[in-house]
Design a protein around this ligand. Structure first.
Ligand code: ADP
Ligand code: MG
Length: 252
């Protein structure tokens, strides 16, 4: 339902994404792993046009476009149909939790304020923060701020939510509540493309794990296969570094 073909991106002379092909089925949870600097964030950012790709095609349901020459209106359409969760939450400091969740509905979807706020209240219930509707980000914990960041993505009712290391800047004490919310979304079969170093999350939640290195997809498969019998030496090398030394991630 989402098809990425030959996505490429350079920064100056550096080829950061080199012909990425990836299909994502509706309801599929894909976790992207790989060394730092390998292009994972750039991949997500290109899919949301936070960066302009140099080449490739994106098919999102009935919408199919050339990424390098996409018109302004198709870029807006892609942004409406994809939602982004940032590592650093990127909430509006001068808006409440409720307003942060409602903002996109008002500005992007042009909903009337009352309708947007009513929907935002439903989202606050789902993320377990109904009592924080009027709280400003500065008064929320990191975990709560990121849950609002995820709530904002949920409110958009996007076809896919793109998560770029959503727990990486959290104090350890807040990681679990954010992962729990992501698991809740996964159970609801929200289509998700998640860049993370949380290998236990990948093992438990991902339908497919994609290993990237040097701007390319090296190998992909279900976590039960990729984590236990990676085929490519680069995948093996990476997993040796990031998987716990004991066999905590092995099945059985
Ligand atoms: P990852 O998320 O896997 O750590 P990134 O996608 O952030 O990797 O970065 C991939 C490469 O692109 C890195 O070498 C990074 O320095 C470079 N890069 C990322 N964003 C920019 C930018 N806006 N301008 C120039 N280089 C960038
Ligand atoms: Mg990154």
């Amino acid at each position: 339902m989402i098809k990425i073909e030959q996505l490429s991106k350079r920064f100056g002379d550096t080829r950061v994404l080199d012909g990425i092909d990836l299909n994502i089925e509706q309801g599929e949870i894909i976790v992207v792993i790989g060394p730092s600097g390998t292009g994972k964030s750039t991949l997500l950012r290109c899919l949301n046009f936070l960066e302009r790709p140099d080449g490739g095609r994106l098919t999102l349901g009935s919408l199919s476009l050339d990424l390098a020459s996409a018109s302004k209106s198709s870029i807006l359409e892609v942004r409406r149909r994809t939602a982004f969760v940032f590592q650093n939450y990127a909430l509006f400091a001068n808006k409440t939790a409720l307003e942060n969740i409602a903002e996109g509905l008002i500005v992007v979807n042009r909903w009337p304020k009352a309708k947007a706020h009513a929907h935002a209240r439903e989202i606050l219930e789902r993320i377990g923060m109904a009592d924080k509707a009027d709280a400003y980000p500065a008064s929320l914990s990191g975990g709560q701020q990121q849950r609002v960041g995820i709530g904002r993505a949920m409110a958009a009712q996007a076809e896919v939510i793109l998560f770029d290391e959503p727990t990486s800047s959290l104090d350890p004490e807040w990681v679990d509540e954010v992962l729990a919310l992501m698991k809740q979304l996964a159970r609801e079969r929200q289509t998700m493309l998640v860049v993370t170093h949380e290998m236990a999350f990948a093992r438990d939640v991902a339908d497919r794990v994609v290993f990237m290195e040097g701007g390319r997809i090296i190998e992909q498969g279900p976590p039960s296969v990729l984590f236990t019998s990676p085929q490519d030496p680069r995948t093996r090398d990476f997993l040796r570094k990031v998987l716990p030394a004991d066999d905590a991630l092995s099945p059985g």
